[in-house]
Design a protein around this ligand. Structure first.
Ligand code: HEC
Length: 148
């Protein structure tokens, strides 16, 4: 009886432990989004850089290793699903770049604008002092690969 109860508790606990693991695998999709819209001229902008290997590789490096103040992966996750190490407790949560349903509604210029200026009253930092325009467009190109 005692052993029975123990294994029941174990099963229950491991079930609960699976929940964050499963959530971590996919991320929230579609994501509720209340982000401010970029100024008119920006929203319309298309990425001036091509989605070629060189550009994407540069974006990848920034995302994972070199972007400051904090690498993007710390919040948006290694896999871009919004579940990075700093994500737990953030409200609103980091954007889930793997969610095509949400990402397809956001223009290149909008992505650029928020990376450059941050999203007010959220954890999303501004990068206007740490990344130049070319680097931001490289990041936009890389981020798009997560939902393709
Ligand atoms: C400290 C955590 C954190 C870091 C670091 C961070 N982000 Fe974010 N990011 C967020 C959060 C939180 C949001 C959601 C903001 C919102 O809902 O308005 C977000 C939203 C975004 C969006 C969505 C914009 C939109 O209009 O929906 C983009 C694009 C983005 N981040 C790109 C990046 C890139 C690129 C980097 C690295 C250079 C980065 N983020 C670093 C937390 C972070």
């Amino acid at each position: 009886m005692q052993a029975h109860r123990k294994s029941a508790i174990c099963l229950l606990l491991s079930g609960f432990m699976l929940i964050p693991l499963l959530a971590n695998a996919s991320g929230i999709c579609p994501q509720q989004r209340t982000t401010a819209t970029a100024p008119g001229s920006f929203v319309e902008q298309k990425n001036p850089l091509p989605p070629d290997e060189k550009t994407i590789e540069k974006g990848r490096l920034l995302y994972h290793e070199t972007a400051r103040p904090t690498t993007c992966k710390m919040c948006h996750g290694m896999k871009g699903n919004g579940n990075g190490r700093l994500a737990p407790g953030l409200e609103p949560p980091p954007r889930n770049f793997t969610c095509a349903k949400t990402m397809n509604t956001i223009s290149d210029g909008q992505l650029f604008w928020i990376i450059q200026n941050g999203s007010r009253s959220t954890a999303m930092p501004a990068h206007r002092n740490t990344l130049n325009n070319t680097q931001i467009w490289e990041l936009v190109q890389f981020i798009r690969t997560f939902s393709k």
